[in-house]
Design a protein around this ligand. Structure first.
Ligand code: CMC
Length: 421
């Protein structure tokens, strides 16, 4: 069977035949038939917007790999900082490369004092930490003259280091501000996840529990990238206008904020809290089937199977609960999963737990308020966004993003004076 597709424009009888590679064919074929012919593809359901070598996702089989490495192996054996290097450079670092990377990131964790004193202190006392985070990431770029030098490899490198190093600092600062606690400065003697936990929780004597440090690192690894999702697409679209990476990352973080994307973990905990008891699970599932709401943390645009990240998180949750005590919402979540996975509504639509179904339970057990959940997602995703941003900038096939539209508004009509309307 030939690996080609032949398209005929029945209006003109013109035909083009183009190769199909890895299940993809170029839309240039359509332009060959008629330069004014477009696909109508809301939400990009059938559109590959780029070539990418970063993350492989097979949604039918529940497979996720960063640069070829299965997520299960990375979660078990690697660290987030190593994964951030891998995402950017395409290969795991040698010990010397890793040491340089770790050292650079560790020594860029501090942020300018004015960020805290003048910028963050200006927020209303009950500002949502994710809203603060989004704007702080954009504001951070204004402190670096070279942020806009996106064509200079050294400036790009500086942006990688600064953003990966400083986002945990910004995140912890937003949290401490929101609860009125003094800010904890970074401790460069700690690991990346331990430093973050320390900045979050240190009041008096505080030592990071190694189990929670590792759980945090695993969560960071699992959230580091997920190919062309809504946030990453926002990063690429804004980055394609050659905006600086801080502004682009702020746009990506804004996309992540929504409850259908990174905001879902917050929505899951609120949903489980509302359900209140395993006795109410069956009725809740029925209400979802009647269209009265969604089962948050279920379903995915690409995964039509168990999200492999959800499986790893579910396992890691038990390690965390050994230290923190079991989250009382766990039983409701387990019952909900069991009920949904047996119900034809969910089975027929291939709706399975996604990454957000269990992550909120771990975050909550670790004492994070629900408002911080999406911030916790954004901290590691910064490395994925940046890897995609640089890939885009170095991709000769890319231009400024500019989709076409299908205009369905009125045809030409004459203006009528206000008094005559
Ligand atoms: N609960 C109940 N029904 C659902 C759900 C759900 N969570 N998700 C999808 N459906 C139904 C949907 O109503 C539709 O039914 P029908 O064919 O009868 O109209 C069918 O399943 C197909 O869904 P869809 O809306 O066409 O799927 P989508 O690819 O556009 O949406 C999604 C994907 C993730 C936005 C959606 O599944 C959803 O809203 N899930 C809940 C929110 C959530 O957990 N989001 C986190 C995603 S994972 C983290 C991330 O990467 O951001």
């Amino acid at each position: 069977m030939p690996d080609t597709i032949t398209i005929t424009d029945d209006r003109t009888g013109k035909t083009v035949t183009v190769p199909i590679t890895d299940g993809v064919f170029s839309s240039a074929a359509i332009r060959e038939l008629d330069p004014n012919l477009y696909f109508y593809d809301p939400a990009y359901l059938s559109t590959a917007s780029c070539r990418s070598e970063i993350t492989y996702l097979d949604g039918d089989n529940g497979v996720l790999r960063y640069r070829g490495y299965p997520i299960e192996q990375l979660a078990e054996k690697s660290t987030y900082l190593e994964v951030a290097y891998l995402l950017r450079h395409g290969d795991l670092p040698t010990p010397a490369q890793f040491e340089t990377w770790r050292n650079e990131i560790t020594h860029h964790t501090f942020i300018h004092e004015n960020m805290r004193k003048r910028f963050v202190d200006g927020f209303h006392y009950d500002a949502h930490p994710m809203g603060m985070f989004v704007s702080s990431v954009a504001a951070l770029g204004t402190f670096y003259d070279d942020a806009k030098n996106i064509k200079d490899p050294q400036s790009r490198h500086n942006s990688f280091i600064r953003l990966i190093a400083k986002t945990p600092t910004l995140a912890a600062m937003c949290y401490r501000f929101s609860v009125g606690l003094p800010f904890n400065y970074p401790d460069n003697d700690l690991s990346y996840p331990a430093n973050f936990l320390n900045m979050m929780w240190k009041v008096g004597d505080y030592e990071v529990d190694p189990v929670l440090e590792r759980a945090m690192d695993i969560l960071f690894i699992l959230h580091a990238d997920h190919e062309q999702n809504c946030g990453t697409t926002a990063m690429r679209v804004v980055g394609s206008s050659e905006a600086d990476p801080y502004s682009s990352a702020a746009a990506a973080a804004s996309a992540l904020y929504g409850p259908l994307h990174g905001g879902a973990n917050e929505a899951v905990v609120r949903m489980l809290t509302d359900i209140g008891s395993i006795d109410n699970v069956a009725e809740f599932v029925e209400s979802v089937k009647r269209g009265e709401g969604k089962l948050m943390g279920f379903g995915h645009r690409v995964y039509k199977n168990y999200d492999p990240r959800a499986a790893i998180i579910k396992k890691s949750a038990y390690d965390v609960f050994e230290v923190t005590g079991k989250n009382p919402l766990l039983d409701i979540a387990l019952k909900l999963e069991e009920t949904a996975l047996k119900d034809p509504y969910f089975v027929d639509r291939r709706l399975y737990p996604n990454v957000d179904f269990y992550s909120g339970l771990i975050y909550q057990a670790m004492n994070f308020p629900v408002e911080m959940f999406t911030v916790l997602f954004a901290i590691p995703r910064i490395s994925g966004w940046l890897a995609h941003w640089e890939e885009l900038l170095l991709d000769k096939e890319q231009k400024i993003s500019r989709p076409r539209q299908w205009y369905t508004g009125p045809g030409e009509r004459d203006y009528v004076d206000l008094s005559a309307r």
